[in-house]
Design a protein around this ligand. Structure first.
Ligand SMILES: Cc1cc2nc3c(=O)[nH]c(=O)nc-3n(C[C@H](O)[C@H](O)[C@H](O)COP(=O)(O)OP(=O)(O)OC[C@H]3O[C@@H](n4cnc5c(N)ncnc54)[C@H](O)[C@@H]3O)c2cc1C
Length: 435
């Protein structure tokens, strides 16, 4: 089918694919790969286009998996659910409800597809919880040579730790089996606290809750902390009222924040007082609701983002260094810095591979140039042993990334075996993995 221009969510990447295919069965995916190869074109499946990097850019054949969605099988005893790869995360509450199940942990939004989210290492927060890929126990992969590989603990197990976080470099995921948990609620406590105190007690705070995170607005000395505790479904539910939810999460976080960003761009000197005001207006709030409603929110103000995974203990020093960097350069930054944690895992290209991790994410409004801020912040992240999120902006390439991942060479060997002709490559993958 002929194609028009494709743009990612943050509007920093765009491409007009040679053609777009909308397969509606695994066989049609295999046929689309074969047809692309016959025409000398590369192939790239896309999810929801929510990566900030060019990882999903498809100049050849773009595979849009919107017709491969839904639940394919449920193992009620083991709480495992097999999903078609193009299933959007926002559909999961409705799809999992009849089975009384939920995802163990989630990031900030639910716009992504299950395949797109796991492929870049999407994660939430929680010292005892890994990213989405750690919850994946099996998958099916269509490879460049037309094979369909079942990958699980029992079938091609040596490929699981490469394929569940594969950057889209190994083939097209057709389905994904997720280890779910019984549905649960979260009690959320959100409040402003002195940044210096939160940093001084960082390890205690990170380890002292199921899911701890905080936001720091540059030009203020306040951290907006979020502490979530897991509760069973039969605990009393105390959701935010409809009006309060709209006021805080829609009007303040999207409508007013959009206005703040536009004012900050037109008159940067206003950003510090606006940030201080925003932080004073932030509510103390406490509520209990089903997990998905607490983990995820709507993000309607477009931005660009860089996020680095660090050894967890490095987080306070990195925040202090970022504060100095912003002050010394006289920048006016309207977007907050977000800080989260995750458990170590064994997945080869996971940013949390082999270490307790803290995540620090920096943002810029999409109408402002992010590069100077991001490049200098990246020097701080790298000096503290950071690894960049594969779906968020960074300036590294294979030569600098390889030494930070003990299993990088093993991943490249699997790639050489499964995709020797680089059917699934694009410029971003050439940069971060090598051509
Ligand atoms: C507003 C916003 C909030 C975010 N919040 C978080 C967060 O809280 N935590 C976090 O870690 N990240 C977060 N991200 C980043 C986001 O989760 C990742 O970039 C994610 O990969 C995007 O998923 P997607 O479905 O849009 O995939 P895309 O960006 O479209 O694609 C990502 C990769 O997946 C590959 N892919 C897609 N489908 C398949 C398939 N079937 N088989 C093989 N490969 C496939 C693509 O080829 C590409 O390589 C956020 C992004 C935005 C814009």
């Amino acid at each position: 089918m002929s194609s028009t221009v494709w743009r990612n969510w943050s509007r920093i990447e765009s491409v007009t694919p040679a053609r777009v295919a909308y397969p509606s069965s695994p066989d049609e995916v295999v046929q689309a790969i074969a047809a692309a190869r016959a025409d000398g074109l590369r192939v790239k499946p896309i999810g929801a286009g929510h990566s900030f990097t060019g990882i999903a850019v498809a100049p050849g054949v773009q595979l849009d998996l919107r017709n491969l969605q839904g639940v394919l099988a449920v193992d009620e005893q083991r709480h495992r659910v097999k999903l078609a790869a193009g299933t959007h995360l926002y559909r999961l509450p409705e799809l999992l409800k009849p089975h009384g199940l939920a995802l163990q942990n989630m990031g900030d939004i639910d716009a992504q597809t299950i395949a797109g989210a796991t492929s870049t290492g999407t994660h939430g927060t929680g010292h005892a919880f890994g990213g989405l890929a750690t919850q994946i126990v099996a998958l099916t992969l269509a490879t460049a040579d037309g094979r369909v590989l079942e990958i699980s603990e029992n079938s091609n197990p040596e490929l699981l730790d490469a394929a569940r976080l594969g950057l889209g470099a190994l083939g097209v995921l057709l389905d994904i089996t997720v280890q779910c948990v019984p549905a649960f609620q979260l009690q959320a406590i959100e409040k402003p606290e002195p940044l210096a105190e939160v940093l001084a007690q960082w390890e205690q705070r990170a380890l002292g809750a199921d899911h701890f995170e905080f936001y720091w607005f540059p030009h203020t000395q306040t951290a907006l902390t979020k502490t979530n505790t897991r509760l069973p479904m039969d605990a009393p539910r105390k959701p935010l009222g409809g009006f309060q939810r709209w006021m805080d999460d829609d009007f303040m976080s999207n409508t007013v924040f959009n206005w703040v960003c536009h004012v900050g761009k037109a008159a940067p000197a206003l950003t510090p007082p606006i940030n201080r005001l925003a932080q004073r207006l932030t509510n103390n709030r406490e509520f209990t609701d089903v997990s998905t409603s607490v983990f995820t929110t709507k993000r309607e103000v477009r931005f660009r983002e860089m996020e680095y995974a660090l050894p967890r203990e490095e987080v306070p020093d990195v925040l202090r260094a970022l504060d100095r960097l912003i002050t010394q350069n006289g920048w006016r930054i309207s977007f907050p810095v977000e800080v989260r944690v995750a458990a170590p895992d064994d997945i080869w290209l996971s940013t949390a591979h082999g270490r307790e991790s803290g995540y620090v994410a920096i943002h810029r409004f999409f109408k402002e140039d992010p590069h100077t801020y991001f490049r200098l912040a990246e020097q701080i992240f790298r000096a503290h042993g950071g690894r960049p999120h594969w779906g968020k902006m960074h300036y590294q390439d294979a030569s600098t990334l390889a030494p930070t991942y003990p299993r990088f060479g093993d991943f490249l060997a699997v790639r050489d075996k499964l995709d020797p002709e680089r059917v699934f490559a694009n410029d971003y993958l050439d940069r971060v993995l090598g051509a």
